[in-house]
Design a protein around this ligand. Structure first.
Ligand code: NI
Length: 175
């Protein structure tokens, strides 16, 4: 189970609207195993397939960041059925290192997804897990958490992202 390289902003794969999975074969299993390994290695609480360069609607979430193996959620072709409440908390993204900001989202979600066998199942999530699921589902539509910011927080994100798009040239010197 290799750790995969994580695509970084402004990689255009992060802006792709991903295609649904139709083939629930061994390749999907391998992808998901590698994604779980990559998420835990980072470490992170979620990872979406486009972040490892795969344009499919697949995400993994583990609100315990590797502490509880039972907590890993595999979300194939996920959809939010219901979202309730409002919550604001700090978010970051493995594809945008060194930037975090307060993001407001629904506090709880009900999600329908398929598992590795293609069986449909539903989960109710709240707190960090609900936030991570929403963040990863956004990735499947090419949406980044910085797109969810408004006002001053958005301005802060914009200037940070601008620096990532055109980093300052290295200062000449030394040898
Ligand atoms: Ni992310």
């Amino acid at each position: 189970m290799p750790v995969l390289p994580i695509c970084q902003y402004p990689d255009p794969v992060l802006r792709v609207r991903c295609a649904p999975v139709e083939d629930f074969g061994p390749e999907l299993k391998r992808l998901v195993e590698d994604m779980i390994q990559t998420m835990h290695d980072a470490p992170g609480v979620g990872l979406a397939a486009p972040q490892v360069g795969v344009e499919l609607r697949v995400a993994v979430v583990d609100a315990t960041a590797g502490v509880d193996p039972e907590a890993v959620r595999v979300l194939v072709n996920p959809e939010i059925l219901d979202a309730t409440g409002v919550d604001t908390d700090t978010e970051g993204c493995l594809s945008i290192p060194d930037f975090t900001e307060q993001v407001t989202r629904p506090a709880s979600v009900r999600v329908v997804a398929r598992d590795l066998e293609g069986e449909s199942y539903e989960i109710d999530a709240d707190e960090l897990e609900a936030r991570a699921i929403q963040h990863e589902l956004d990735h499947l539509d090419g949406i980044l958490f910085v797109d969810r910011l408004r006002g001053l927080r958005r301005q802060r994100a914009r200037s940070f992202l601008r620096r990532l798009r055109s980093p300052e040239p290295a200062v000449a010197g030394g040898n």
